[in-house]
Write a protein that binds this ligand. Structure first.
Ligand code: FE
Length: 354
């Protein structure tokens, strides 16, 4: 972890030199974090390659340097163990359950910001300001273009129906994306129906749950299964992947379906951010969150990562726009968070991964 390095001012500093430094700070409006030689520290569950362009834009615009620690797991435990000495100022997560866990463990501090409140609709942020959603993503259904006939797959419920026997692929039931989906079904249909549903999905699996969201698209293309569940942006990223033509080929065999349009709507999740409880650079952290909600960065999220911006009036990526407008399940995210533990236990009860 990088320690903060304050600028050393000699005790017998030349007065004019000191004045020049002060004037430079005032003239160029250099944020105090930079003046102190400090760095804004970000703990991120969001992948580094997604976050780097945003960080660079923030650094260029504000002069505040950002250090990002990326990890797939263990950041909450790390922050907890570090306690008051934690260098983290900002926490970024790729889903609602993880940010809610930070909040539940008292690792975040409330943020008051009229900018964030204006930019992020209330259903996508914590009522107490502990975290803010930044982008929205649909938990879509991927379906083979010809092996899945029109009308065969229009709802999450269809995944559990007899006509899908042996045709479904899923990633692990322990992954937060799938736990959130199950939590949304508990919220919509109750415990009994939700358990019957996830058991039905398990019974229809073509193979043991494995791989990430992109791997589900590949499995469909390779004929291992006909349908799967995955986030909307992965599908877009695969279709436009110029570096890995095989990803593109896989995605070209597959359709994306935004399910449940005739009832509650498609389950959506958000990427989110909060300020760490013991942040050393609270003002800069707040500035960073506000920056992430600004038109410039919301546009970048849409253009580069093919997510749905939460700030209204931002243009979607043309490919994402081509999937059409859709009805999102508007169940309050706090209700989904409240069902998280129940959903995780339910996955274990049906022994989903085995
Ligand atoms: Fe993701």
């Amino acid at each position: 972890m990088q320690a903060s390095v304050p600028i050393h001012v000699p005790q017998k500093a030349n007065t004019s030199l000191f004045c020049a430094l002060l004037c430079a700070l005032i003239l160029f409006n250099i944020p105090s974090a930079m003046a102190q030689g400090d760095t804004l520290n970000v703990y991120s569950y969001r992948q580094a390659f997604l976050v780097k362009p945003l960080i660079k834009a923030f650094e260029d615009d504000t002069g505040v340097q950002v250090k990002i620690i990326f990890s797939k797991k263990g950041l909450l435990q790390r922050l907890k163990a570090e306690g008051k000495n934690a260098p983290a100022d900002v926490v970024l997560t790729a889903d609602i359950n993880r940010i809610a866990e930070f909040a539940a463990q008292d690792l975040l501090q409330p943020v008051k910001s009229t900018t964030l409140d204006a930019n992020i609709p209330s259903q996508f942020r914590d009522p107490d300001g502990l975290w803010y959603g930044l982008t929205m993503r649909a938990r879509a259904i991927y379906a083979h273009k010809t092996r899945v006939r029109a009308g065969e797959m229009t709802t999450y419920e269809d995944l559990a129906k007899p006509h899908m026997k042996g045709r479904v692929c899923m990633r692990s039931g322990k992954h937060p994306y799938n736990i959130s989906l199950l939590a949304s079904i508990i919220a919509a249909r109750g415990m009994e129906d939700a358990q019957a549903w996830i058991q039905g999905v398990k019974d229809n699996l073509a193979r043991r749950p494995q791989g990430n969201d992109r791997a589900q698209v590949k499995a469909i293309a390779q004929g291992e299964c006909d349908v799967a569940v995955g986030n909307s942006y992965y599908f877009g990223k695969m279709l436009t992947n110029t570096k890995k033509p095989q990803e593109r080929q896989s995605a070209e065999a597959v359709n994306i379906i935004l399910p449940n349009q005739n009832d509650r709507g498609t389950h959506v999740n958000v990427s989110a951010a909060g300020i760490a409880k013991y942040a050393k650079h609270v003002q800069q952290a707040k500035m960073f969150l506000e920056f992430l909600s600004s038109p410039k960065i919301q546009g970048l999220f849409a253009a580069q990562n093919m997510e749905y911006p939460l700030l209204s009036g931002i243009q979607l990526h043309p490919l994402v726009a081509s999937w059409g407008t859709f009805k999102a399940d508007d169940t309050n995210l706090s209700k989904i968070i409240a069902n998280h533990t129940k959903a995780a236990r339910m996955m274990d009860r049906v022994n989903f991964d085995n």
